[in-house]
Design a protein around this ligand. Structure first.
Ligand code: OFO
Length: 170
């Protein structure tokens, strides 16, 4: 595999694990402030991020590349409000989308159609990622000032479950 492509894919393994760390930090914070439904929602999100990371990890190895695992950046640990957390999540997903699009551009530049095809799953996934963070931001902004309503949105968030995508092993 092209050296720049391999380095960029390894960077993305790290970025996806950092996403998992960020959402785990958010999960812990939600638990601490007595919102177990949002805590559970964020834990599911963190599990999805670990899948995203492992798909890159497995792909690098399948292509005969060397996996390089640098330290994972420490995430922020406290937030002023529930909606601020989902605003941060949405901003983070915009950042990850940009990274995925840059990877696609690099795969095209170095003429690597296998990586380009592999990345299409992430291009589609990022549409979902932005939508789910955006939906939660909208909901929590609407109910934040009404604790009773926030309680129900928290309970609704608890319904989210993790499902392993087909063909992924971690
Ligand atoms: Fe891996 O998509 Fe979110 O960060």
């Amino acid at each position: 595999m092209d050296k720049k492509m391999l380095a960029a894919l390894n960077d993305q393994v790290n970025a996806e694990f950092h996403s998992a760390y960020l959402y785990l930090a958010m999960s812990a914070h939600f638990e601490n402030i007595g919102l177990p439904g949002f805590a559970s929602w964020m834990k599911v999100q963190a599990q999805e991020e670990m899948v995203h990371a492992m798909k890159f990890f497995n792909f690098i190895l399948d292509r005969g590349g060397k996996v390089d695992l640098p330290a994972i950046e420490k995430p922020k640990g406290t937030w002023k409000s529930v909606s601020e957390m989902f605003a941060d999540a949405l901003e983070h997903e915009h950042y990850i989308t940009k990274r995925i699009h840059d990877l696609v551009a690099l795969a095209i530049k170095v003429n690597d159609p296998a990586t380009q095809s592999f990345l299409q799953w992430y291009v589609d996934e990022q549409v979902e990622e932005e939508k789910s963070a955006g939906d939660m931001l909208q909901k929590t902004r609407m109910v934040e000032k009404a604790p009773g309503a926030l309680y129900f949105v928290d309970r609704e968030a608890a319904a989210r479950v993790f499902t392993m995508p087909a063909g992924v092993t971690i």
